[in-house]
Design a protein around this ligand. Sequence first.
Ligand code: AMP
Length: 397
Amino acid sequence: MAYLHTLDEVDVKDKRILLRVDLNLPMENGRVSDATRIERILPTIQELSKKGGKVILLAHFGRPKGRRLEEDSLRQILPALEQYLNRTVTFADDCVGRSAATVVDTLQSGEVALLENTRFHKEEEENDASFIAELAKNGDVFVNDAFSAAHRAHASTEGLAHVLPAYAGRSMQAELEALNEALLNPQRPVIAIVGGAKVSTKLDLLGNLVRKTQYLVIAGGMANTFLSAQGVNVGKSLCEYELAPTARDVLAKATAANCKIILPIDVVVTKKFEAHAPSSIVSVDKIDADDMVLDVGPKSIAQVEAILQNCKTLVWNGPFGAFELPPFDQGTKLIAQSAAQLTLAGKLRSIAGGGDTVAALSQAGAAEQFSYVSTAGGAFLEWLEGRTLPGVAALEK
Ligand code: AMP
């Protein structure tokens, strides 16, 4: 990467490497229920270990806000980490102080250690200078492989990069390469799909995307706000009526930027927000006063699929409907599968991200075929908004 320091530039042999990773994993009954984030960091850990570095993992878990909470201990991640790495990982009860120093001082070249949750110290989120200095005592080099935490200027995501030689890990590098290829220098036409529940959480993102893309598909509950702003009755659907002027503003900006906004032309409506509730397909001008829109209809799906055929790049965040409740998962599923096929055929570069999006694409069996699926939530959204992420900026040349 021309603009970032990467592992290609550093000799890590016998050095203590503070490696910031994302181990904020979903848990069920005390066990890791999805280890994707571990899989993503394996190449960096293995490379550093193979090159003879002493690998010291730093990570946060949950939101303990400076308290030592047993339920937020990284110790519970240790078995899964050891299993995926296929090696023993030494654990330190604290990320600073004597227990961290003892573990780090006895670590041999090539070995791996995990330090306890950085957020057990409130100074982590405050990006406190003396806490950064305490962390830095255990490292010669800082490597950041946690893109998903890079939108936070915390001690272990940003501060350390200013006091130690700092490099992007392989997962961070891959993520940025994929994302930059999608919006910084993409193959055109570019289509963005933005779905999900609310416009209010994605306003800045829409403003940025109308300037960067040729087609912007607005889907999910958000589409109701846009339809309503254009005088369509959306019945009892999720709709942010107070945002009508904002929605009209986005539409005007899109016209000015030559970006075509695609809204649903038909929808799936129901009277109850529950799985398998009786439903029907209506055009958007036929939504009843007691109807709830929970998905897009077949004409809307065909409309998006036709545009996809002519596009070279797709950026996707947010589902087309209430995908957790079948049959309201169909729009998301069918469009995801079309995008997956175009990607497999080499006609489309497809990038998706955001928590619900990953779940929706996996449910559709399409995530594997996408060119890149980001596991980041907030960081992916901030990147879509066109913001500079502090954790990334700190690694720039
Ligand atoms: P977000 O986190 O903003 O990406 O929103 C994802 C959520 O939006 C999912 O839980 C979906 O069930 C929900 N959603 C999508 N479309 C609709 C809709 N038409 N009505 C209500 N919820 C929706």
